[in-house]
Design a protein around this ligand. Structure first.
Ligand code: PDD
Length: 282
């Protein structure tokens, strides 16, 4: 049985007891992160930890550990569970207290982290995935990695029911991001993606891709694009911690490019793999 990190202690999974009055359960009042593990090591842990603290601050939650202590605790959890390739899921809620909407005075944050093995979606990287356009009806603080994911969940389910891997969200005409990923379009060799505003989560994978573009001298513009522009892209891809970079080869009924993962996308996948130290063909 796996170990769980619970408020600074490693405990066995069946020892975990959470209150029915936990605000994560009743309000989604908390934040989370998903961190990837390759070859037993975290990938971009500092970036995820920094974003975790930023999210906590944005919802006015005081997280009681220093970044170093928090990092160490997560590391110990990964070691204890002997995860080689997988992920850590970590969340913190504002705590347990009699149900009332405003912040409880006495509640202490409740931290829970767990691991799971996860292989890389290599087949989808090679074949590409389909995506469905769905109106983005979420709130206006999508920059916070909040536990409130109902808007994302409903969009993903609609895409799933349509036989698609991901939902491409758009506010009116403007494409924002995926239900659990960021979106990039490529036209004339230039990458376009929504700027890191309150309307999207500033993905860590997104940031790695931006760095890769700098290193490889590929032009990238943080400029939002419309649904029509999305459908007319030469290449399109989604990215996230768990999905890495996945070519999007069809959006609704429109085939993107020649319906196969594009050249620039494949180049980015290769460069991403060099950073994590594996290969799609390994
Ligand atoms: N999702 N946008 C949204 C709405 C997301 O939920 C995610 C990640 C991303 C990509 O962020 P990153 O590259 O830092 O993973 C963008 C995670 C993986 C999840 O909820 O499981």
């Amino acid at each position: 049985m796996d170990w769980i990190l619970y408020n600074g202690d490693l405990i066995k999974e069946d020892e975990l007891k959470l209150s029915r009055e936990d605000r994560a359960y009743q309000f989604g009042d908390g934040i989370y992160e998903v961190i990837r593990i390759y070859g037993g090591d975290f990938f971009t842990a500092e970036e995820h930890i920094d974003r975790f603290y930023e999210s906590a601050e944005k919802i006015r939650m005081v997280f009681p550990y220093t970044k170093d202590v928090f990092h160490k605790m997560l590391h110990e959890l990964v070691e204890r569970n002997e995860v080689t390739d997988g992920q850590v899921y970590v969340q913190v809620s504002r705590g347990a207290s009699m149900r009332q909407h405003h912040f409880p005075e006495l509640a202490e944050p409740v931290l829970v982290a767990s691991t799971k093995p996860l292989s890389r979606p290599v087949e989808w990287m090679k074949a590409g995935v389909k995506a469905k356009l769905i109106e983005d009806v979420r709130w206006l603080r999508c920059d916070i990695k909040s536990l409130n994911l109902l808007g994302n969940v409903l969009a993903k389910q609609e895409a799933h029911e349509a036989g698609c891997f991901e939902a491409i969200l758009h506010r009116g005409d403007v494409v924002t991001e995926g239900s659990s990923s960021n979106m990039f379009g490529i036209k004339g060799g230039i990458l376009y993606t929504h700027p890191a505003t309150n309307l999207i989560l500033n993905g860590i994978t997104r940031r790695v891709i931006m760095q890769i573009c700098k290193d490889l001298d590929i032009e990238l513009q943080e400029t939002a694009f419309t649904v029509d522009q999305a459908l007319a892209m030469d290449e399109f891809f989604m990215c996230s911690t768990t999905a890495e970079i996945l070519p999007v080869i069809q959006i609704d009924d429109t085939v993107i490019g020649n319906g196969k993962p594009g050249k620039v996308t494949n180049r980015l996948i290769e460069a991403f793999e060099a950073r994590i130290g594996v290969s799609v063909n390994a």
